[in-house]
Write a protein that binds this ligand. Sequence first.
Ligand SMILES: N[C@@H](CCC(=O)N[C@@H](CS)C(=O)NCC(=O)O)C(=O)O
Length: 209
Amino acid sequence: MTTLYSFRRCPYAMRARLGIVKSDKSVQLREIILKHKPESMLQASPKGTVPVLIINNGKVIDESLDIMTWALEDSELLLSTTNDMLLLIQENDGIFKSWLDKYKYADRYPDYPEIYYREQGELFLNKLEQRLATSPMLFSAQYSFADLAILPFIRQFAFVDIHWFRQSKYKNLQRWLFEFIESELFNSIMNKYPTWLDSHQEFIFPEQK
Ligand SMILES: N[C@@H](CCC(=O)N[C@@H](CS)C(=O)NCC(=O)O)C(=O)O
């Protein structure tokens, strides 16, 4: 059986779980906490980030986008992934993620006030808003590889100050995000599990397949 080391609130682990839910695959999930990473996870992937997938043939995949690609192999969702989608994900993971971290932990970056970091992140929000003004999801009417990869990060950005986000000008982004948060898809990846380190309990994920 394939094992997934995961952390519930990590946006990278969330996108990996979204990919798995959208696939015909299931894994044995080990919920970890970042402060006490299991030895077996570090042995498989010394860089110490989640998610980490260990396939039953021993192969290790420790980058979230690669785990999505593994999960969705041969699926329509992967086959319809375009270069434009990958470029948008790259922007999310690069420049946007770095502003997101500074906005979220603004007290650790006293060079500028929180609002400055938020405004930098808004350059990416604006870009997504423009797309979502003309289609229900980022690239069409359906969730694409890019929607699944990016949504967890926009959720994190929105929840730094949800009051601000709710009254912001990003109406289409709000629709897209809240529709996702209320969906069965999102709920299916957010179940709470005891940490594997204490219990050594594993859980089949997704639960109903
Ligand atoms: N490029 C990696 C990044 C994964 C990552 O940075 N995950 C964070 C948690 S959200 C982590 O494990 N950080 C290590 C730590 O906090 O000790 C991926 O896409 O999988």
